[in-house]
Design a protein around this ligand. Structure first.
Ligand SMILES: Cc1cc2nc3c(=O)[nH]c(=O)nc-3n(C[C@H](O)[C@H](O)[C@H](O)COP(=O)(O)OP(=O)(O)OC[C@H]3O[C@@H](n4cnc5c(N)ncnc54)[C@H](O)[C@@H]3O)c2cc1C
Length: 302
């Protein structure tokens, strides 16, 4: 017989931690499962979370898990959920152990989805070496530390001009590199030019650097545009294949649609954090959404 829980929370990022903490405090027997592959592990410092500005993202998660594990109603395990299905009015959650932990096969009255996003970075060989240290995706999170530096803005989306204007809050030396299918129109290029922001239309071969971080953007023709930090526009995908059988309503980009309190289109299934519309946000926003969703779940379960 599968183990029976009142609630299973899937994903122990800030959204899952915020949800699980409040659910166990309502005395519901709760299992928190986590694949333990946080997207922000690439970075050494997280910013903008009150009382924890500058903390390592792994430390923040560790503190959150420890708080939850103090409650006898809580169980926290590293395992990657492979399927959620509905059986006899309950949810069945199956998960594969990660790095030696046991596989799980459990049931629950309610499920909270907080598995964040997967991000696809531009396909350049050197990008991962600098991502999270001198190459970032969130200006609000890391713009301050890169203030005043010669910055690159690279991406495959069509909002680069808008992003470049936002980035000029932190530096007045910006070069925009539209990559792949990205479009910066001539009108946008003129507007950026008036603000002293350059657009480099030659194709990019790689991001190059040394132990201290990135040193520049190498163009396909061999020229190096010197830049000591930069920002990317990744493509985000929610990777919710494990919940496909539930037929949850999603937006066009695959992100989960919920009501303002985190209820998905299927009663008993809740969601919070980056895997819900509008997508990538910040740690504090995800943690708050998790707590708000827990409040709705607690009311609904009675
Ligand atoms: C490089 C980088 C730097 C950032 N820096 C900052 C910053 O400084 N300040 C800030 O406020 N925000 C920052 N962010 C954004 C912030 O990390 C996210 O907004 C936040 O983590 C989203 O929280 P979440 O709980 O929704 O998802 P996540 O934190 O992504 O957590 C999702 C969890 O679910 C797990 N999971 C995924 N699939 C499964 C599955 N099938 N089964 C079980 N578990 C699963 C994952 O392993 C992960 O642990 C940064 C993001 C990145 C990528």
């Amino acid at each position: 017989m599968p183990d029976a829980y009142r609630v299973v929370v899937i994903g122990a990022g800030p959204a899952g931690l915020g949800a699980a903490l409040n659910i166990v405090r309502a005395r519901h027997r709760t299992l928190l499962l986590d694949a333990n592959r946080p997207r922000n592990a690439a970075t050494l410092h997280s910013h903008g979370y009150p009382t924890r500005d500058g903390i390592s993202p792994l430390e923040l998660r560790k503190l959150g898990r420890e708080e939850i594990e103090r409650y006898p109603e809580a169980e926290v395990q590293n395992a990657k959920v492979t399927t959620i299905s509905q059986e006899d009015g309950r949810f069945r959650v199956e998960a594969a152990g990660v790095r030696g932990t046991t596989d799980r096969d459990v049931t629950a009255d309610a499920v909270v989805i907080t598995t964040g996003l997967v991000e696809r970075l531009p396909a350049l060989p050197g990008i991962r070496a600098h991502y999270g240290t001198t190459l970032h995706s969130c200006m609000t999170c890391d713009g301050y530390e890169e203030s005043g530096k010669p910055l690159a803005l690279l991406g495959e989306t069509d909002d680069l001009a808008e992003q470049a204007i936002l980035l000029s809050r932190w530096s007045d030396d910006i070069v925009v590199f539209p990559h792949g299918p990205a479009v910066v129109t001539e009108a946008e290029e003129r507007e950026l030019g008036e603000r002293g922001i350059l657009v480099e239309r030659r194709p990019v071969r790689d991001i190059v650097g040394d132990r201290g971080g990135m040193t520049g953007v190498l163009l396909a023709d061999g020229e190096l545009v010197e830049r000591t930090a930069g920002f990317l526009r990744p493509i985000y995908e929610p990777a919710l294949g494990y919940a496909a059988g539930l037929g949850l309503a999603t937006a066009q980009d695959g992100l989960l649609l919920t009501d303002p309190e985190g209820r998905t289109s299927l009663p008993g299934v809740y969601a919070a954090g980056d895997s819900t519309v509008p997508g990538p946000q910040q740690l504090i926003v995800a943690a708050g959404a998790g707590a708000r969703t827990a409040a709705a779940l607690i009311r609904d379960l009675g």
